[in-house]
Unconditional design. Structure first.
Length: 235
C-alpha cells in the first residue's frame, strides 16, 4: 500500500480482524509489503526435481551461513523464503514436525500439497484473531512426491498457488521476466539451474558479488536434496 491512510481507516489499520469498508485487511497488506521488500527467491520445476534459489542477506563481517533462506523440511521437500527470516524459521520448524508426524503415523512421506496446506492453515488462522499479526513471509515450497515435482507459493493471507516457475521478493518482477522467456517444462537440471541463477542475477546486484557467494541453490529430488556448490554457481 502506498502512502498514509486517512483518519477514517485508523480503526481498520490497527486490528487484523476487521475488514475496511472497501473489503481489505490492511495488516495482511502490510505483511505482503514485507515480503516484497525481502531479498529475491526463485523456484522452478523440472521433469524430475524442483530447484530453489535465493539471494542471502549480506553485511560486512557477517558469517554468511548464519543467515539461511532455504530450509530442508524432509528428504523430499524444501522451502525458500522472502520477508521475515524469523517467521520463515518458525514455519519451517512447524513444517518439519508435521512431516515427521506424517511418517510416524502413516509410514510414508507427506505429500507436497498436504504440507503446504498445513502451512497455509497456520498463516490463515493468525488473520482471524485479535492480538496476533500475520506472518510477514512468503514461501516457495518445492518437492517431489508420488504425483511428481510440485512447487507452491504461500503468501501472508494463507493463499496457496501452484507454479511451474515463480519468484518472490523485491526483485520478483525482473526475475519473472527471465523465467517467462527462458522456462521450458522439459528442461534439464543443469539448464534449469542456469536459468534460476540468471533470474537471481537480474533481480539482485548482490547475486553477482563474491563469485556467487551470496546465492544459495538446492535441487530437491524424490530421494533427497543436493546443495549446488558456490563453484558451480560461479561457473
Amino acid at each position: 500500500m502506498a502512502g498514509p491512510q486517512p483518519p477514517s481507516y485508523m480503526a481498520y489499520d490497527r486490528t487484523i480482524v476487521v475488514f475496511s469498508p472497501d473489503g481489505r485487511l490492511l495488516q495482511v497488506e502490510y505483511a505482503r509489503q514485507m515480503v516484497k521488500s525481502g531479498s529475491t527467491s526463485v523456484g522452478l520445476v523440472t521433469p524430475d526435481s524442483v530447484i530453489l534459489g535465493a539471494v542471502k542477506p549480506s553485511a560486512l563481517l557477517m558469517v554468511s551461513d548464519s543467515s539461511r533462506k532455504i530450509f530442508e523440511v524432509d528428504d523430499h521437500i524444501a522451502m525458500v523464503s522472502s520477508g521475515s527470516l524469523a517467521d520463515a524459521r518458525n514455519l519451517a520448524e512447524m513444517a518439519r514436525v508435521k512431516a515427521q508426524v506424517n511418517r510416524v503415523t502413516y509410514n510414508e512421506p507427506i505429500s507436497i500439497s498436504t504440507l503446504t496446506k498445513h502451512i497455509c492453515d497456520r498463516k490463515h488462522i493468525v488473520t482471524q484473531y485479535a492480538g496476533v499479526r500475520p506472518y510477514g513471509v512468503g514461501l516457495l515450497i518445492g518437492g517431489v512426491d508420488d504425483t511428481g515435482p510440485r512447487l507452491y507459493e504461500t503468501e501472508p493471507s494463507g493463499t496457496m498457488i501452484e507454479w511451474q516457475a515463480q519468484a518472490v521478493g523485491r526483485g520478483a518482477d525482473k526475475a519473472k521476466k527471465i523465467l517467462t522467456t527462458g522456462y521450458k517444462a522439459d528442461m534439464g537440471e543443469a539448464e534449469a539451474t542456469k536459468l534460476l541463477v540468471s533470474a537471481l542475477n537480474a533481480a539482485e546486484k548482490e547475486a553477482e558479488t563474491d563469485g556467487g557467494a551470496n546465492v544459495e541453490v538446492v535441487v530437491v529430488r524424490k530421494n533427497g536434496t543436493k546443495v549446488v556448490s558456490g563453484k558451480d554457481i560461479k561457473a
